[in-house]
Design a protein around this ligand. Sequence first.
Ligand SMILES: *Cc1c(COP(=O)(O)O)cnc(C)c1O
Length: 387
Amino acid sequence: MKNRKLVMIPGPTPVVRSIQDQMGRETVAFGDPGFINDVKQVVKDLKTIFKTEGEAFVVAGTGTLAMEMGIANVTKEGDNVLVVSNGFFGDRYIELCERKGLNVDVISSEWGTIVPVEEIEKKLSEKNYKAVTVTHVDTSTGVCAPVAEIGKIVKRFEDTVLVVDGVCATAAEPEYLDEMGIDVLITGSQKAFGVAPGLAIVLAGPKALARRESLGTIRDYYIDFEKWIPIMNNPGKYFGTPPVNLIWALQESLRIMKEEGIENRYARHKKVSRAMQAALEDLGFTILAEKEYRAVTLSNVIYMDGIDDGKFRKILAEEGAVVAGGLGAYAGKMFRLGHMGNIDTHDIVSTMSAIERTLYRLGVKDVLGKGVATLTSELVKVPELAK
Ligand SMILES: *Cc1c(COP(=O)(O)O)cnc(C)c1O
C-alpha cells in the first residue's frame, strides 16, 4: 500500500479535517446573515489575537498580494523605503517597491544570518524613511528576524511605518502589533494558519491607518485599505466578492487557535522546531540558520556529502513526506522542511522516521531510529515556555 503523503513544505501546510469541512460546505450569498456574522467574528478574532486597535483585512489573494497591500497603503511614489532582507522573500520587496516608484535602500544579510538591529537603527537615523519592511521568517533561509527589537527602534522614528512580512511566521511566532510596534502585519492563509492557499491577511495598527488617511487617493484599487475598511466593519456591503468558503476555513483555524491558546501555540512551535532541529543535526545534517535566529516554522537543512537532492526528495515522498528544495545558491544543496500550523506528534514523528528510511535507502548506515530517539526524547520534556 502506498504511503499517504504528509505535506511538510513551507506552505501549504496540512489542512486538518475540520478546516477541510468548511471548504466543502454549500456556498451562501455574501449577504447571508450567518456569513456576515462569521466575517465579523474573523475580523474580531484577528484583532484580538494579534492585538491591535487598528483594522484587519481578509481578501482573496496570496501572501504576495498581502505584501503589496502592506506597502501600497503607507507610501506614495518618491518616498524613501528601507528594505531589510534576510533572503529571497526580503528581496521580493525590492522589486515590488521599485515598481511602485519608491526610492529603495536595502540592507541584506548573508543567508543564514540576520541584519543586525544596530545597522537598521543607523540607516534610520541617516535618512527619512516613510516605511521599513522586514521579513519575520524568511522561508529561503529559515532565519527569524528579531521583530520585537526592531519594533522598539522604529517606534522612535515618528515618520517611519514598520511593515512586517509574517507570511511564514504569523500564528507561530509571537506577533502583537500595537505593543511590539508592528504597524502593518501582512500574512497568508496557507502557512502557520493551516488553511488552504487563497487568502491575503493584513492587519494595520493606528500609525499605519493615520498614514493611509494622509495619502488621499492612492493608485491601487483592489488593495486600498479605504475600499475595504467599510466592508470589514460591515460585511453585508459589497466591494469584491468575498471568498466565502475560505473565510469559513479561516474562522475554523482561528477557533482552533483560541482553543489551543495562542501562547501555547507559540510554545508548541518552539518545542517541535527545536526537537526537529536537534534530531536533524544528530542524523548528520546541517541547519543553515544560526542557532539563536532559527525559525520555529521551518528548518532549512543542508545535506551531508554524497546525498543527491533529487533522489532524496523523490524517495522521501515515496516514504510519505513531501519537502521543498532549496532556493538560490542552495538549490540542490538543501531541503526545506515545514513544521508549522495544525500538525501533531504523529506528523512530526512520521516525518522524522520517513527521513531516516530515506537515508537508509540511500546507503547511510546506523540511521534507523536515531533521529526519532532524539526527537521524541525532546518532545516528552515539559515545554520550556517562551522566554
Ligand atoms: C510564502 C511567502 C510569501 C509569498 O506568499 P505567496 O502566498 O506564495 O504569495 C511571502 N513572504 C514569505 C516570508 C513567505 O514565506
